[in-house]
Design a protein around this ligand. Structure first.
Ligand code: NAP
Length: 308
């Protein structure tokens, strides 16, 4: 008979790694499955200075590595595999990957979310080197420097307002005249002397020198005129997408594909928990994901105790 784990954690970002630490310390027989890089979104962040207890200047990959090693110390097993499908219909749940099948009594879904990309040339290459998707993570690096924000929704305008506390000037680049954002945010950004607007405009390309962003090639969609726009940083806020496709129809989600949990990180399926950015939540930070992971692992322990 196949081995049955007590807990399988899907995803190795801060939520998954923190769940692995707590499950390991709770002596649960635990496996964490990650498809790519441990750390998830934080692994793509150049520096993290808002996670307590870490050295200032710690890089995203260094923090991710520390989290993984700490969890490994408590005997959680790690494997790098692609999750192909899940079956939560029974008490014993099944996880199918590109390499095999795993059985488990509990599951913690921590596959996270990814910021939507715009698709301009150089967006991937300059990520963490001038292109950012997280204002609270990276704003400080642009103190007294001019930056741009792409997007016209609540996130773009709200984050643009936050960024004015750091940058010398924030230019909101939006592809049309109208905003998707709430009117109060539109009014607030328009009233802010540090914010300027570049409307009916799309970003076509990032300009760089020595691997760092120096500006953007922008196009006016009405006149088709292309011009150079010098900035030290660009923050992209054109929406987020939870990485939840394979869980559709298996657990309860909202219209955005975010998994709905209670405060114990329980989903609507007994024995299945969710933590971090995959969850329907308002704040998406390393610290909140890590907290979710801890809560989910403790909830697994309780569920397993009740099972016996
Ligand atoms: P969003 O509402 O989907 O807005 C995305 C924005 O990015 C839109 O203005 C869109 O332009 C633009 N965009 C999309 N793809 C683009 C592309 N390829 N190139 C250029 N621009 C592009 O996303 P969000 O602002 O992240 O908000 C997501 C959800 O969270 C929303 O329901 C929002 O209300 C909510 N939220 C609420 C708050 C709050 O209540 N304070 C804060 C943040 C987020 P178009 O408008 O032209 O389509």
């Amino acid at each position: 008979m196949s081995h049955i784990y007590e807990t399988i954690i899907l995803g190795g970002g801060p939520a998954g790694l923190s769940a692995a630490l707590y499950a390991g310390r709770g002596k649960l027989d635990t496996l964490l499955i990650e498809k790519a890089t441990y750390g998830g979104q934080v692994a793509t962040t150049y520096e993290v200075d808002n996670y307590p207890g870490t050295d200032l200047g710690i890089t995203g990959p260094e923090l991710s590595d520390k989290m993984r090693k700490q969890a490994e110390h408590f005997n959680t097993k790690f494997t790098k595999e692609d999750i192909v499908s899940v079956d939560f219909s029974d008490t014993i749940k099944k996880i199918v990957t590109n390499k095999g099948e795993y059985l488990t009594k509990t599951v913690i879904i921590a596959t996270g979310a990814q910021p939507k990309m715009v698709g301009f040339k150089g967006e991937i290459e300059l990520r963490g080197r001038g292109v950012s998707y997280c204002a609270t993570c990276d704003a400080d690096f642009y103190t007294d420097l001019p930056i741009a924000v792409i997007g016209g929704g609540d996130s773009a305008l709200q984050e643009a307002l936050y960024l004015t506390k750091f940058a010398s000037k924030v230019t909101i680049i939006h592809r049309r005249q109208g905003f998707r954002a709430a009117q109060y945010l539109v009014d607030k950004t328009k009233a802010n002397p540090k914010i300027e607007f570049l409307l009916d405009t799309v970003v076509e390309e990032a300009m760089e020198e020595n691997g760092l962003l120096t500006g953007l090639k922008v196009k006016n969609v009405i006149t088709e005129e292309v011009s150079d726009f010098p900035v030290d940083g660009v923050f992209v806020f054109v929406g987020y997408e939870p990485i939840s496709e394979i869980f559709k129809g298996k657990v309860n989600m909202n219209a955005f594909g975010e998994i709905i949990t209670d405060v114990y990180m329980k989903t609507d399926v007994p024995g299945v928990f969710a933590a971090g950015d995959i969850r329907e939540t308002t704040i998406r930070q390393v610290i909140t994901a890590a907290a979710d992971g801890a809560v989910a692992a403790i909830s697994c322990e309780k569920y397993l105790e009740e099972m016996e």
